[in-house]
Write a new protein. Structure first.
Length: 66
């Protein structure tokens, strides 16, 4: 097996190395807000699939009881 000679690592790798060494701080990411898809109607989510609409409505009733 031959080793590949890399003169300079890619910029993304360089940044990761700087963060690992403590030379650069990571910025806080925005929190991903969960989507409440149960607030939508089944017809909006699955317009072309009556079977999935029935399944979605059934699951919606089950989760509402919890």
């Amino acid at each position: 097996m031959t080793k590949i000679q890399i003169s300079e690592p890619p910029k993304s790798v360089q940044r990761v190395l700087r963060v690992m060494r403590g030379e650069e701080k990571l910025t806080q990411r925005q929190r991903i807000k969960p989507v409440d898809f149960h607030s939508y109607k089944a017809e909006e989510i699955f317009p072309n699939s009556p079977e999935m609409q029935k399944f979605f409505n059934k699951q919606k009733k089950i989760t509402a009881k919890l």
